[in-house]
Design a binder for this molecule. Structure first.
Ligand SMILES: Cc1ncc(COP(=O)(O)O)c(C=O)c1O
Length: 484
């Protein structure tokens, strides 16, 4: 409980607010800063709190201890994949040659960095079945946007201007239709069938010569692998569209199946989900986008290229749709990605996906007699259950159940998503959880199912041991009070 104790603001700990008293007076002539910096030069001292070292350390340690993170315990957020990030990745990213270089250095002074990116691209190509990657996008959704711009550039380059629609399944993550709309497309939704995968009749009805492409994740956001995937991608190709693979669920299939072999033309990675980089470690994150030969000419510039044993940034790409971010993207995150891929190797990545599916399936099996599972179809790295039984019996809904989970020391899973399932509880344990952790999570869920029968008020008043219990989550997201 102590980690929830009140922490004052660092400004309240300060003895004065005029910068550090440890900075000595100048003993060299003062340069004419005003001349150098003009209006941007400030005469007064900065308003920063002056706090002794031990108080600063305690302050930030106490703040960090209030947070729930994957190094505290299981964090089973379906679709958002919170796996443990091995520390060796951090060690590699901190190597001076990587950490202390600048993107504007001449190529010949950063040959090692460019070589690393060059090799990373080959690894990502191998795992996805694509022929090239851009590293520019800063996150998965940004990668989606880049991928759809590739598809757009392809159609425009061919003068095929009538294609103004992207097909998206109803189980899709919200970023898919949002991406399509941001790229200027209309969105046409296709329905899921009784197995939770794409309904082929609904897809057939959505096809036409106005279709620019399809956005799909497989396994989908219900954790279900679509066995019709090759049929689906060829239906899109036959009507002249291209297929975009949302790679958020790559953790389920690495080295087992490749989007390229399923018929996809481009794909994004959420490296923070699959390849164990922290969410935005060292700045925004990375969402590399891979594509096949058809789309390669349109990739954002620059790309990392090699000529006569020299690596360089190639800006000379006349058909590129432009830049979507500066230089090659978030370099430090890409070092961590590379470190993870090399430490695992091909076999290790195969086992990562196997472990992710095994852990999720184990939890589903342990919970299936206590919670309603809406689809019989075997699930992969994540699964969806619901509070339907509890709601009928005692009026406890999904929110009550997962809020009670906090009292047992776990972060709640993703809830009320995907939208095709009412009262959804979406669980993704990942391969990094031990059997002990999985059992502890399953035991807590089972106990909560019993509590829902015996003492529903316990759930309705949960969580009981946190500073706040049930904030208005929309207001908290839209209008956060960050100042204390
Ligand atoms: C299926 C799916 N697609 C796309 C995204 C967007 O990825 P990011 O959060 O990296 O922008 C997510 C994020 O959770 C997702 O689950």
């Amino acid at each position: 409980m102590s980690r929830y104790k009140d922490t004052p603001l660092i400004f309240e700990l300060a003895t004065c607010h005029e910068g550090s008293r440890y900075i000595r007076p100048l003993d060299v002539p003062k340069p004419d800063f005003a001349e150098w910096f003009g209006d941007a030069y400030r005469e007064g001292k900065p308003n920063i709190p002056d706090v002794d070292e031990v108080s600063v350390v305690r302050h930030f340690t106490n703040l960090s201890a209030k947070n729930y993170h994957v190094e505290v315990g299981t964090y089973p957020l379906g679709s958002c994949t919170m796996k443990y990030n091995p520390k060796v990745n951090e060690d590699m990213a901190a190597l001076t040659g990587f950490a202390a270089t600048h993107p504007m250095q001449p190529d010949e002074t950063v040959q090692g960095n460019l070589e690393m990116l060059y090799h990373l691209e080959k690894l990502l190509n191998d795992v996805t079945g694509m022929t090239a990657h851009t590293f520019q996008p800063a996150a998965g959704a940004h990668g989606e946007f880049a991928g759809i711009l590739l598809i757009k550039a392809y159609h425009e380059d061919r003068g095929d201007m009538k294609r103004d629609t992207i097909i998206v399944p109803d189980a899709a993550h919200g970023t898919n239709p949002a991406t399509a709309a941001m790229a200027g497309y209309k969105v046409r939704e296709v329905k899921s069938n009784e197995y939770g995968t794409v309904d082929l009749e609904s897809l057939e009805a959505a096809l036409g010569d106005d279709v620019a492409g399809l956005m799909l994740t497989n396994p989908n956001t219900l954790g279900l692998y679509d066995g019709n995937i090759e049929k689906i991608t060829s239906m899109i190709h036959e009507c002249g569209g291209l297929c975009y693979y949302d790679g958020a669920n790559m953790n389920a299939i690495m080295m087992h199946a490749r989007p390229g072999d399923m018929g996809f033309d481009c794909v994004h990675w959420n490296v923070h989900k699959t390849l164990s980089t922290p969410h935005g470690g060292g700045g925004p994150g990375a969402g590399p986008v891979g594509c096949n030969k058809l789309l390669e000419p349109y990739l954002p510039r620059p790309i990392v290229a090699k000529k006569d044993d020299m690596y360089y940034l190639d800006y000379d790409r006349p058909k590129s749709f432009g830049m979507i971010r500066s230089f090659v993207g978030t370099f430090g995150v890409l070092v961590r990605t590379y470190a993870y891929m090399l430490t695992n190797g091909a076999e290790g990545l195969y086992e990562v996906s196997e472990g992710a599916v095994a852990n999720s399936t184990y939890l589903r099996e342990r919970l299936k007699d206590y919670y309603h599972i809406p689809y019989d179809t075997p699930s992969m790295h994540e699964f969806v259950m619901t509070s339907e039984w509890q709601k009928k019996e005692s009026g406890c809904n999904t929110l009550d159940i997962v809020k009670r989970l906090i009292d047992y020391g776990f972060h709640p899973p993703t809830v009320y998503f995907p939208l095709v399932v009412s009262e959804a509880i979406m669980i993704e344990p990942t391969e990094t959880e031990t059997w002990r952790d999985l059992d502890a999570l399953a035991d807590a869920f089972i106990k909560i199912a019993e509590e829902a029968k015996e003492d529903p008020e316990l759930l309705k008043g949960a969580p009981r041991y946190t500073p706040i219990a049930r904030p208005d989550e929309t207001a908290a997201a839209r209008d956060p009070i960050l100042a204390g």
